[in-house]
Design a protein around this ligand. Structure first.
Ligand SMILES: Nc1ncnc2c1ncn2[C@@H]1O[C@H](COP(=O)(O)OP(=O)(O)OP(=O)(O)O)[C@@H](O)[C@H]1O
Length: 521
């Protein structure tokens, strides 16, 4: 009787054929194990590179305090996801990988093994397979324009770039062109004029402010559509608000986010056109008016408090049960939570390629043809601007007791603040939450707590909708706070509409955010 060993039973067994082999009818298969002299071997396992090296035992305590899965003292399993590069040069095989230094940080580490001249061909084939496993469908050697905001957060971005980010990018053979921004708005100018053929990614070592500028810089170009589709915008978190990284990299650690970027898959992102006065800008994250906007923007002087500043600002306003009366017209598509969950579930199982996730073709809207998708610049506005007459079918409704108007395009609005549990990168909708200001203090505090523990979406007082556009007109108030992607804009009426998959980001999955979704799935 013969017994077969599956990869699940044995991590030393090479898994199913690689991406390359699939396309080549397996003609490229080589041994999964490279023997290095008599004392070491390198094996392509199920999801890790298994390094067996007797010198580990003597040399170091390098299992990083138990952070790697490891069998014995002389074995190390390096997940393929952490492999940055491998090359055989001058008869020495060098493998670079991201090694955990704590639960939230990684740093570049290297393995070197000498090989005989006769082994070169076999080793090169093995390296090819290793890189294939390490990168899967992700592009290798990305060409990255890096923008560092020296003033982001507490002013550590330059230090973090040199310590946590650049070494990983170099180890992964990325080409780098780094610029420190010198003033507010410079990232708009840089990306408006950049050579988009020379780069794949613009990586912002910053908070969410610089990505906002980059989307707008690309959006101002005569070839805006092409630029926004070609260049992936990435946040490597160094600011005080790093929501973009939490959503797409699943972390607010600069080094871990860099690893995710190196392995990231281009993902179309819905962008929102905002018209206010005579201006048109792009928003990628959120728009808010009411308690959330005020708790954030009106507490700048309390920056020393760190993240507590937002909670303090929120509670202070809550005590006064403040309302923010507005007239609001909404072009709504889904208004009930079961349908919104259903959409989310469908998208989890939807693996269509990035090329199918752009444009308007999936929208079943009455006048979708108004924006046919052939323009070179930004798409035209289907619903006009805030200065035009209200689009057909829209109706302004008075919200005299409005406490919070919050429109989101991503799930997390800060680390652990999963406000928009049903948000999707390219469903072609914005997620809108409206909450009354006279709910009662206890209920509102409960709401805030439920944002932290993932029960917010299901609360009956959370009015959650999937929408295509809206107009909001503040009334009966003097000055106030409106936030677009966390930045303050004039307290004046504005209108918003979404463009399906107009922008591009890098994500782990190619189609979902790194949030747990709307609960109860
Ligand atoms: N050299 C600079 N000096 C002053 N401001 C700058 C500079 N470079 C960029 N900025 C601006 O800083 C703003 C905030 O940046 P960012 O989001 O990166 O950091 P942050 O700490 O998260 O900020 P905030 O919490 O204030 O939004 C952006 O609007 C950006 O244009």
């Amino acid at each position: 009787m013969t017994t077969t060993t599956t990869p699940i039973d044995n991590p030393f067994v090479d898994p199913a054929p690689s991406f390359e082999e699939n396309g080549r009818g397996n003609s490229f298969a080589t041994d999964a194990t490279l023997a290095v002299g008599r004392n070491a071997s390198l094996t392509l396992g199920t999801d890790s590179l298994i390094v067996l090296d007797e010198s580990f035992e003597k040399r170091d305590h390098s299992n990083c305090c138990g952070l790697w899965p490891s069998g014995t003292a002389n074995t190390r399993a390096v997940p393929f996801y952490h492999i940055l590069w491998a090359v055989l040069q001058d008869s020495v095989l060098t493998i670079q990988y991201a090694s955990p230094t704590s639960k939230t940080t990684v740093q570049n580490a290297t393995l070197n093994y000498p090989f005989e001249y006769q082994q070169v061909e076999a080793v090169n084939k093995w390296v090819y397979k290793l890189l294939d496993r390490a990168y899967g469908p992700a592009q290798k050697k990305k060409r990255v324009k890096v923008l560092v905001n020296p003033h982001a957060g507490k002013g550590s971005a330059v230090k973090w770039y040199h310590r946590d980010i650049e070494p990983l990018l170099k180890a992964a053979q990325c080409s780098i062109d780094m610029v420190n921004t010198k003033y507010m708005g410079e990232a708009v100018e840089i990306t408006q004029g950049m050579d988009i053929e020379a780069f794949d990614v613009v990586a912002c070592c910053s908070g969410d402010g610089l990505p906002h500028e980059v989307f707008n810089g690309l959006g101002k170009r005569p070839d805006a559509r092409k630029a926004l589709a070609k260049i992936a915008v990435v946040n490597l978190p160094c600011g005080s608000g790093n929501a973009m990284s939490c959503n797409l990299n699943g972390t607010d650690s600069a080094s871990l986010a860099t690893l995710v970027m190196i392995k990231g898959i281009p993902t179309p992102l819905d962008l929102i056109s905002i018209t206010q006065g005579e201006n048109r800008t792009l928003s990628f994250l959120s728009q808010s008016l009411g308690i959330v906007a005020e708790a954030d923007l009106a507490t700048e002087h309390l920056r020393w408090m760190g993240p507590m500043r937002f909670h303090w600002g929120f509670l202070a306003r809550l005590m006064g049960q403040k309302c923010y009366p507005c007239d609001i017209a909404v072009k709504s598509v889904l208004e009930d939570k079961p349908s919104i969950r259903e959409l989310y579930k469908r998208e989890q199982n939807n693996h269509e390629p990035a090329s199918e996730r752009r444009g308007y073709k999936h929208l079943l809207d009455d006048d979708a043809s108004a924006s046919s998708g052939f323009e070179d610049g930004l798409p035209s506005l289907r619903y006009g601007t805030v200065n035009d007459k209200l689009p057909d079918g829209w109706e302004l409704i008075p919200y005299d007791k409005l406490g919070n108007f919050y429109c989101g395009n991503m799930s997390y609005m800060a680390a652990d603040a999963n406000f928009f549990g049903a948000a999707l990168p390219n469903d072609g909708y914005m997620d809108l939450i409206c909450i009354n200001g006279d709910l009662g203090r206890l209920k509102t505090v409960q709401m805030l707590l439920n944002v932290d523990n993932n029960k917010f979406f299901d609360m009956p007082d959370v009015y959650y909708r999937k929408i295509l556009g809206y107009r909001i007109i503040p009334k009966d108030q003097g000055d106030g706070y409106i936030s677009i992607d966390g930045e303050r804009v004039p307290f004046q009426p504005f209108q918003a509409e979404v463009h399906k998959g107009l922008g591009t980001v890098l994500s782990k999955s190619g189609h979902m955010y790194e949030s747990p979704g709307p609960w109860g799935l």
